[in-house]
Ligand binder design. Structure first.
Ligand code: SAM
Length: 199
């Protein structure tokens, strides 16, 4: 079972969302790809962070979430978006109240407004074919560590192709950008693995 949780690495996700909005507000489509999204906790966290900041432009958000685990029906779980109460306790109380609907005592469902902006598909990153293009933000956290060094380089190059000019790539803090492709991105701040596509 994939290890993940709501609001994991919240400061970096918040910063990535704010930079993305500065870049893409005004576009007809604000496109985001969460690659290796596991059971949905990260894409729904991102979508909530956008909802908090976008106002009416929230309807322009298209968040593509992908994972390759079909054996455990990740797609059904992400689309259902129903989680046990004990999984939700890290979520700030005001956010929890606003974006989760009670199903019964133990289960809560992500509200329709947020669910309606998340589009899940099965996808193997090692196919090296992006699921779309013109993304303002690609988030790929705690996934690349499963790949060999040469595969990481190819997957990051795929993200580069999938990003719009000036788009952002967010990796986990322990994931260093390989030297071979460092020229394709600039690191936005020294203390977070948030990169901007530069060419
Ligand atoms: C530890 S979880 C990370 C979840 C979330 N991104 C986070 O940081 O909390 C790693 C995810 O990567 C997915 N994954 C691993 N190899 C993959 C591949 N080749 N293609 C797509 N997803 C993959 C796994 O199925 C798993 O859901």
């Amino acid at each position: 079972m994939a290890f993940t949780f709501f609001f994991r690495d919240q400061p970096v996700l918040e910063y990535a969302v704010e930079q993305t909005i500065r870049l893409a507000l005004g576009r007809m489509r604000i496109k985001v790809w969460d690659a290796g999204c596991a059971l949905g906790q990260e894409p729904y966290t991102l979508t909530i962070l956008f909802a908090e900041r976008l106002g009416s432009a929230f309807n322009n958000l298209y968040l593509d979430a992908s994972d390759y685990d079909s054996e455990n029906n990740f797609g059904d779980i992400v689309k259902q978006a129903t989680y046990k109460y004990e999984e939700l306790q890290r979520i700030p109380a005001d956010i929890f109240k606003k974006y989760f609907d009670k199903q019964d005592n133990a289960l809560y469902r992500v509200c329709n407004k947020v669910r309606s902006r998340v589009f899940f598909q099965y996808h193997n990153l090692l196919s090296l074919k992006p699921i779309g293009s013109d993304y303002a933000l690609v988030v790929c956290k705690n996934v690349l560590l499963h790949f060999q060094y040469s595969e990481r380089i190819e997957v990051i190059k795929m993200y580069h192709r999938a990003l719009s000019p000036g788009g952002y790539l967010a990796l986990e803090n322990t994931q260093k950008m390989p030297n071979e492709i460092a020229h394709l991105f600039e690191q936005v701040v020294p203390d977070a693995r948030l990169y901007k596509k530069v060419r």
